[in-house]
Design a protein around this ligand. Structure first.
Ligand code: HEM
Ligand code: HEM
Length: 164
């Protein structure tokens, strides 16, 4: 995970922002899927439309596989010099948890919807609760680094050092 590299590639940066946008969509727009699940469970609900949630969720899984492949191949840039060890630990833990969620949520959702596994749906609903606080922590960390430590970390996720 932590092989030194000069920076992130253009593809990696695009994947970071596209996945972030798609995850926000999933977290904010999910009533069609919730209603569809209620209907699946034998209840009644208006506005059941699971398709957007399924398509975007599976897209996230495929893009996350692509991103991990790139990350394993290219490595990641070293943490900015002078960053306190505690912040480095927190950043690493946040990034690893993000990757866990990017796989666990779509796979759990697929098991629930296509495998008809009720427990997977319950787990899915609990696991997704971790996403927003983690994004909050991640953004706060990026802003602290950028404006307190002034290490230009935002630039690393904006300006690529190579194409792929
Ligand atoms: C669902 C939303 C997000 C996810 C899942 C996510 C995930 C990640 C992950 C896993 C990394 C580590 C590098 C990598 O492997 O790609 C990273 C880096 C980064 N993210 Fe995010 N991110 C999200 C949203 C954001 C937002 C909203 C910001 C805006 C401040 C942001 C700013 C950054 C920056 C600046 C880095 C580079 C950190 C460094 O090089 O040390 N991310 N992100
Ligand atoms: C990163 C991808 C995903 C995220 C962030 C996500 C997020 C969410 C959220 C926020 C909810 C509503 C939870 C609530 O009731 O409060 C939900 C429900 C649900 N999602 Fe996903 N989801 C993702 C992928 C998927 C995929 C790929 C599928 C299926 C193919 C899926 C199937 C479901 C089902 C069946 C429910 C209803 C569960 C219930 O209401 O008990 N999800 N998801």
């Amino acid at each position: 995970m932590a092989t030194p590299a000069a920076g992130y590639s253009r593809t990696h940066i695009i994947l970071h922002w596209v996945i972030a946008a798609l995850v926000l969509f999933q977290l904010l727009v999910h009533s069609g899927m919730e209603n569809a699940w209620i209907v699946r469970m034998g209840g009644t609900a208006e506005g059941a439309n699971p398709l957007p949630h399924i398509i975007v969720g599976i897209a996230i899984l495929l893009l996350a596989i692509w991103r991990v492949t790139l990350r394993l191949r290219n490595g990641a840039p070293a943490h900015p010099p002078g960053q306190p060890a505690a912040l480095t630990l927190l950043a690493n833990a946040t990034h690893i948890l993000f990757y866990v969620l990017l796989f666990a949520l779509p796979l759990g959702g697929i098991a629930a919807w296509f495998g008809n596994i009720e427990m997977a749906a319950v787990a899915h609903v609990y696991i997704q609760l971790a996403f927003l606080p983690l994004i909050g922590l991640h953004v706060l960390g990026a802003l602290v680094q950028q404006f307190w430590f002034r290490n230009g970390v935002l630039r690393r996720m904006a300006v690529p050092d190579r194409a792929l």
